[in-house]
Design a protein around this ligand. Structure first.
Ligand SMILES: Cc1cc2nc3c(=O)[nH]c(=O)nc-3n(C[C@H](O)[C@H](O)[C@H](O)COP(=O)(O)O)c2cc1C
Length: 203
């Protein structure tokens, strides 16, 4: 499954990253580095290499939820989520234009960020898979505005929709934080197409 279209984000559903194609460009010494793919400094990066490079950046994993006008819960797995501003308190994430959930997030006034903990990889997989039964068997409680909050997460961040901006093949969604809830559970980590637990602190 292609998770995020052609942006180059690594396919988050892949168990391992794809093997890069060998580069045919050897005009510069740096092109001999393993994984180097660009034939010309201004040529577009090879999509596979772009995914591989983006996948080197570890992220947490969230499930972002809201509900439709008919009160149907909606959610998807998102690792593009990031904090943006403390004052005002803003967050940002990118929603693929291919997403079935797009029409709801284009109109909803609120969303909740459920930051998954290390034993919730199954929820990441569940909410990255299209279907009508994403919430089946998932323990959920209502948050502000009736937002679905998934139980057992590392944190919940409930937001009012602040703005929507174009972002290539994604839609950027900014939220203003209305309420936070932090639990003492280690967050799930995602890197190079795989799920990880936090290791030892490096300092
Ligand atoms: C770890 C991981 C991270 C993901 N991050 C994003 C993301 O940031 N934005 C996005 O639009 N899709 C992301 N996806 C893919 C969506 O979760 C997936 O396409 C999902 O099926 C979309 O649901 P929908 O089509 O029902 O809306 C990610 C998937 C995984 C497994």
């Amino acid at each position: 499954m292609t998770a995020t279209g052609t942006t180059g984000r690594p396919d988050p559903t892949a168990d391992t990253m794809p093997t890069p194609m060998p580069s045919k460009a050897h005009s510069h010494p740096s092109s001999h580095l393993p994984g180097h793919s660009s034939a010309h400094p201004h040529s577009p990066p090879d999509p596979l290499m772009l995914r591989r490079a983006f996948g080197c950046f570890p992220t947490g994993v969230t499930v972002i939820t809201t509900h439709s006008n008919e009160a149907v819960p909606v959610g998807l797995t998102v690792n593009s989520w990031t904090s943006l501003s403390l004052d005002p308190p803003l967050v940002l994430w990118a929603l693929g234009r291919h997403s079935v959930s797009l029409p709801v997030f284009e109109t909803t006034g609120h969303f909740a960020v459920n930051i998954l903990c290390e034993d919730q990889a199954w929820l990441s997989r569940r909410f990255a898979t299209r279907g009508d039964d994403k919430f089946a068997g998932v323990p959920v409680r209502p948050g502000l505005h009736g937002l679905p909050l998934i139980e057992g997460c590392s944190a919940h961040i409930e937001c009012r929709m602040h703005s929507r901006l174009p972002g290539g093949d994604h839609l950027l969604l900014l939220g203003e934080v209305e309420r936070v809830d932090v639990l003492a559970r280690p967050p799930l980590v995602y890197a190079k197409g795989r799920y990880h637990r936090l290791g030892l602190a490096a300092d």
